[in-house]
Design a protein around this ligand. Structure first.
Ligand code: PGA
Length: 251
Protein backbone atom coordinates (compact mmCIF):
# COMPACT_ATOMS: atom_id res chain seq x y z
CA UNK A 1 0.00 0.00 0.00
CA UNK A 2 1.51 3.33 -1.06
CA UNK A 3 1.58 6.03 1.60
CA UNK A 4 0.64 9.44 0.24
CA UNK A 5 3.18 12.24 0.30
CA UNK A 6 2.19 15.90 0.45
CA UNK A 7 5.09 18.18 -0.37
CA UNK A 8 5.17 21.96 -0.26
CA UNK A 9 7.30 23.64 -2.90
CA UNK A 10 7.89 27.13 -1.53
CA UNK A 11 9.70 28.26 -4.70
CA UNK A 12 11.44 31.66 -4.35
CA UNK A 13 9.23 32.79 -1.48
CA UNK A 14 9.78 33.43 2.23
CA UNK A 15 12.87 35.02 3.73
CA UNK A 16 14.33 33.53 6.89
CA UNK A 17 11.95 35.13 9.37
CA UNK A 18 8.93 34.37 7.19
CA UNK A 19 10.14 30.77 6.93
CA UNK A 20 10.35 30.51 10.71
CA UNK A 21 6.80 31.84 11.06
CA UNK A 22 5.39 29.48 8.45
CA UNK A 23 7.07 26.41 9.92
CA UNK A 24 5.99 27.35 13.44
CA UNK A 25 2.42 27.77 12.22
CA UNK A 26 2.51 24.43 10.46
CA UNK A 27 3.95 22.65 13.43
CA UNK A 28 1.33 23.87 15.82
CA UNK A 29 -1.49 23.18 13.37
CA UNK A 30 -0.28 19.61 12.81
CA UNK A 31 0.68 18.86 16.39
CA UNK A 32 -2.35 16.99 17.63
CA UNK A 33 -3.32 15.55 14.27
CA UNK A 34 -3.03 11.94 13.25
CA UNK A 35 -1.56 12.17 9.75
CA UNK A 36 -2.49 9.77 6.95
CA UNK A 37 0.39 10.89 4.79
CA UNK A 38 4.00 12.01 4.87
CA UNK A 39 4.53 15.76 4.93
CA UNK A 40 7.53 17.40 3.30
CA UNK A 41 8.41 21.08 3.04
CA UNK A 42 10.89 22.46 0.51
CA UNK A 43 11.88 25.98 1.59
CA UNK A 44 14.57 28.03 -0.16
CA UNK A 45 18.16 26.98 0.56
CA UNK A 46 18.78 29.86 2.98
CA UNK A 47 16.16 28.53 5.40
CA UNK A 48 17.03 24.83 5.32
CA UNK A 49 19.38 24.75 8.27
CA UNK A 50 16.98 26.66 10.49
CA UNK A 51 14.09 24.57 9.20
CA UNK A 52 15.93 21.42 10.20
CA UNK A 53 16.02 22.58 13.82
CA UNK A 54 12.39 23.65 13.74
CA UNK A 55 10.98 20.40 12.34
CA UNK A 56 12.88 18.20 14.80
CA UNK A 57 10.42 16.15 16.83
CA UNK A 58 7.61 16.86 14.38
CA UNK A 59 6.27 14.78 11.50
CA UNK A 60 7.47 17.31 8.94
CA UNK A 61 10.35 16.25 6.71
CA UNK A 62 12.67 18.47 4.74
CA UNK A 63 13.46 18.77 1.05
CA UNK A 64 15.24 21.16 -1.30
CA UNK A 65 14.02 22.60 -4.58
CA UNK A 66 17.02 21.71 -6.73
CA UNK A 67 20.66 20.62 -6.65
CA UNK A 68 23.60 20.08 -8.99
CA UNK A 69 24.98 16.65 -9.82
CA UNK A 70 28.69 17.31 -9.14
CA UNK A 71 30.21 16.82 -5.68
CA UNK A 72 32.05 20.13 -5.38
CA UNK A 73 34.10 22.60 -7.38
CA UNK A 74 33.80 25.66 -9.58
CA UNK A 75 30.02 25.73 -10.09
CA UNK A 76 29.10 29.20 -8.91
CA UNK A 77 25.65 29.38 -7.39
CA UNK A 78 25.10 25.63 -7.23
CA UNK A 79 24.44 23.29 -4.30
CA UNK A 80 25.49 19.63 -4.01
CA UNK A 81 23.61 16.63 -2.72
CA UNK A 82 25.95 16.28 0.26
CA UNK A 83 25.42 19.93 1.16
CA UNK A 84 21.67 19.36 1.20
CA UNK A 85 22.08 16.31 3.38
CA UNK A 86 24.27 18.26 5.77
CA UNK A 87 21.34 20.57 6.50
CA UNK A 88 18.90 17.74 7.04
CA UNK A 89 17.29 17.30 3.63
CA UNK A 90 15.80 13.93 2.83
CA UNK A 91 14.14 14.94 -0.46
CA UNK A 92 15.00 17.07 -3.48
CA UNK A 93 12.68 18.33 -6.22
CA UNK A 94 14.23 17.71 -9.64
CA UNK A 95 13.08 18.56 -13.13
CA UNK A 96 10.43 21.07 -12.09
CA UNK A 97 8.94 22.74 -15.15
CA UNK A 98 10.26 26.11 -13.98
CA UNK A 99 13.76 24.63 -14.01
CA UNK A 100 13.12 23.16 -17.44
CA UNK A 101 11.66 26.28 -19.05
CA UNK A 102 13.23 29.25 -17.25
CA UNK A 103 16.64 27.69 -16.61
CA UNK A 104 16.85 25.48 -19.67
CA UNK A 105 17.30 22.15 -17.87
CA UNK A 106 17.25 19.21 -20.26
CA UNK A 107 16.13 15.62 -19.71
CA UNK A 108 19.79 14.63 -19.81
CA UNK A 109 20.80 17.05 -17.07
CA UNK A 110 17.81 16.08 -14.95
CA UNK A 111 18.73 12.41 -15.36
CA UNK A 112 22.24 13.12 -14.02
CA UNK A 113 20.72 14.87 -11.03
CA UNK A 114 18.32 11.97 -10.42
CA UNK A 115 21.24 9.52 -10.34
CA UNK A 116 23.28 11.72 -8.05
CA UNK A 117 20.39 12.20 -5.64
CA UNK A 118 19.71 8.46 -5.45
CA UNK A 119 23.38 7.60 -4.94
CA UNK A 120 23.55 10.23 -2.21
CA UNK A 121 20.46 8.77 -0.52
CA UNK A 122 18.30 11.78 -1.20
CA UNK A 123 14.82 10.98 -2.49
CA UNK A 124 14.21 12.79 -5.78
CA UNK A 125 10.76 14.23 -6.39
CA UNK A 126 11.08 13.92 -10.13
CA UNK A 127 8.69 16.23 -12.02
CA UNK A 128 7.35 15.99 -15.56
CA UNK A 129 4.35 17.31 -17.45
CA UNK A 130 3.10 18.76 -20.69
CA UNK A 131 2.46 22.36 -21.72
CA UNK A 132 -0.94 23.61 -22.80
CA UNK A 133 0.15 23.59 -26.42
CA UNK A 134 1.31 20.00 -26.13
CA UNK A 135 -1.98 18.95 -24.52
CA UNK A 136 -4.05 20.76 -27.13
CA UNK A 137 -2.16 19.08 -29.93
CA UNK A 138 -2.75 15.65 -28.34
CA UNK A 139 0.88 15.13 -27.45
CA UNK A 140 0.47 14.75 -23.68
CA UNK A 141 1.30 11.04 -23.53
CA UNK A 142 4.28 11.33 -25.90
CA UNK A 143 5.75 14.23 -23.95
CA UNK A 144 5.21 12.60 -20.59
CA UNK A 145 6.66 9.31 -21.86
CA UNK A 146 9.79 10.99 -23.18
CA UNK A 147 10.37 12.93 -19.97
CA UNK A 148 9.84 9.88 -17.77
CA UNK A 149 11.92 7.49 -19.91
CA UNK A 150 14.81 9.94 -20.30
CA UNK A 151 14.66 11.24 -16.74
CA UNK A 152 14.81 7.71 -15.33
CA UNK A 153 17.34 6.34 -17.82
CA UNK A 154 19.67 3.89 -16.07
CA UNK A 155 17.71 3.93 -12.80
CA UNK A 156 17.58 0.35 -11.54
CA UNK A 157 14.57 -1.61 -10.27
CA UNK A 158 15.94 -1.54 -6.76
CA UNK A 159 16.45 2.23 -6.92
CA UNK A 160 12.83 2.88 -7.84
CA UNK A 161 11.96 2.40 -4.17
CA UNK A 162 13.72 5.64 -3.42
CA UNK A 163 12.13 7.97 -5.93
CA UNK A 164 8.89 9.92 -6.06
CA UNK A 165 7.34 11.00 -9.34
CA UNK A 166 5.29 14.17 -9.71
CA UNK A 167 3.00 14.78 -12.65
CA UNK A 168 2.73 18.53 -13.05
CA UNK A 169 0.93 19.69 -16.17
CA UNK A 170 2.61 23.01 -16.94
CA UNK A 171 -0.70 24.66 -17.81
CA UNK A 172 -1.96 24.00 -14.30
CA UNK A 173 1.02 25.38 -12.38
CA UNK A 174 0.33 28.67 -10.67
CA UNK A 175 -2.55 29.35 -13.05
CA UNK A 176 -5.48 28.35 -10.85
CA UNK A 177 -6.46 25.83 -13.56
CA UNK A 178 -6.30 22.39 -12.04
CA UNK A 179 -6.41 19.22 -14.05
CA UNK A 180 -9.70 17.53 -13.25
CA UNK A 181 -9.31 14.39 -11.15
CA UNK A 182 -10.09 12.34 -14.28
CA UNK A 183 -7.55 14.19 -16.43
CA UNK A 184 -4.87 13.73 -13.78
CA UNK A 185 -5.77 10.09 -13.14
CA UNK A 186 -5.56 9.32 -16.85
CA UNK A 187 -1.94 10.49 -16.97
CA UNK A 188 -1.04 8.88 -13.65
CA UNK A 189 -2.41 5.55 -14.87
CA UNK A 190 -0.49 5.95 -18.12
CA UNK A 191 2.72 6.58 -16.18
CA UNK A 192 2.13 3.61 -13.90
CA UNK A 193 1.64 1.37 -16.95
CA UNK A 194 4.78 2.84 -18.47
CA UNK A 195 6.70 2.02 -15.27
CA UNK A 196 5.38 -1.52 -15.50
CA UNK A 197 6.77 -1.77 -19.04
CA UNK A 198 10.10 -0.24 -17.98
CA UNK A 199 10.41 -2.28 -14.77
CA UNK A 200 7.67 -4.67 -13.62
CA UNK A 201 4.26 -4.59 -11.98
CA UNK A 202 5.51 -4.81 -8.44
CA UNK A 203 7.89 -1.90 -8.94
CA UNK A 204 5.26 0.17 -10.75
CA UNK A 205 2.71 -0.46 -8.02
CA UNK A 206 5.12 0.70 -5.35
CA UNK A 207 6.02 4.10 -6.83
CA UNK A 208 4.41 7.18 -5.32
CA UNK A 209 3.15 9.49 -8.09
CA UNK A 210 2.13 12.93 -6.87
CA UNK A 211 -0.03 15.40 -8.73
CA UNK A 212 0.93 19.07 -8.80
CA UNK A 213 -0.63 22.16 -10.36
CA UNK A 214 -2.97 24.50 -8.49
CA UNK A 215 -3.76 21.99 -5.75
CA UNK A 216 -5.90 23.85 -3.21
CA UNK A 217 -7.92 22.89 -0.13
CA UNK A 218 -11.11 22.77 -2.19
CA UNK A 219 -9.84 20.41 -4.90
CA UNK A 220 -7.31 18.31 -2.96
CA UNK A 221 -9.63 15.66 -1.55
CA UNK A 222 -11.00 14.56 -4.90
CA UNK A 223 -7.59 14.48 -6.56
CA UNK A 224 -6.03 12.63 -3.65
CA UNK A 225 -8.64 9.90 -3.77
CA UNK A 226 -8.09 8.87 -7.36
CA UNK A 227 -6.58 5.36 -7.52
CA UNK A 228 -3.22 6.36 -9.01
CA UNK A 229 -2.71 9.73 -7.33
CA UNK A 230 -0.52 9.29 -4.27
CA UNK A 231 -0.08 12.78 -2.98
CA UNK A 232 0.45 16.33 -4.07
CA UNK A 233 3.24 18.74 -4.84
CA UNK A 234 1.80 22.05 -3.72
CA UNK A 235 3.06 25.50 -4.68
CA UNK A 236 0.95 28.58 -3.90
CA UNK A 237 -1.29 26.88 -1.34
CA UNK A 238 1.64 25.71 0.80
CA UNK A 239 2.66 29.27 1.66
CA UNK A 240 -0.10 29.56 4.27
CA UNK A 241 -0.14 27.04 7.09
CA UNK A 242 -3.93 26.92 7.09
CA UNK A 243 -4.34 25.96 3.43
CA UNK A 244 -1.42 23.51 3.45
CA UNK A 245 -2.87 21.76 6.50
CA UNK A 246 -6.28 21.52 4.86
CA UNK A 247 -4.68 19.80 1.87
CA UNK A 248 -2.86 17.41 4.22
CA UNK A 249 -6.18 16.65 5.89
CA UNK A 250 -7.59 15.71 2.49
CA UNK A 251 -5.44 12.55 2.44
P1 PGA B 1 1.09 25.62 -7.79
O1 PGA B 1 2.57 25.05 -8.03
O2 PGA B 1 0.46 24.74 -6.72
O3 PGA B 1 1.27 27.03 -7.33
O4 PGA B 1 0.36 25.51 -9.07
C1 PGA B 1 2.83 23.67 -8.03
C2 PGA B 1 4.28 23.42 -8.37
O5 PGA B 1 4.83 24.14 -9.21
O6 PGA B 1 4.90 22.50 -7.82
Amino acid sequence: MRKKVIAGNWKMNMDLSESINLISGLKSALKEKKLNCNVVICPPYISLDTARELVKESDIELGAQNMYFEDSGAYTGEISAEMLKSVGCKFVILGHSERRTIFGETDELINKKVHKAILSKLIPIFCFGETLEERESNRTFDVVKKQVVEGLKGVLHSQMESIILAYEPVWAIGTGKTATPDQAEEVHKFVRNLLEEMYNKETADGVVIQYGGSVKPDNAYELLHMPNIDGALVGGACLKAESFVKIIEGC
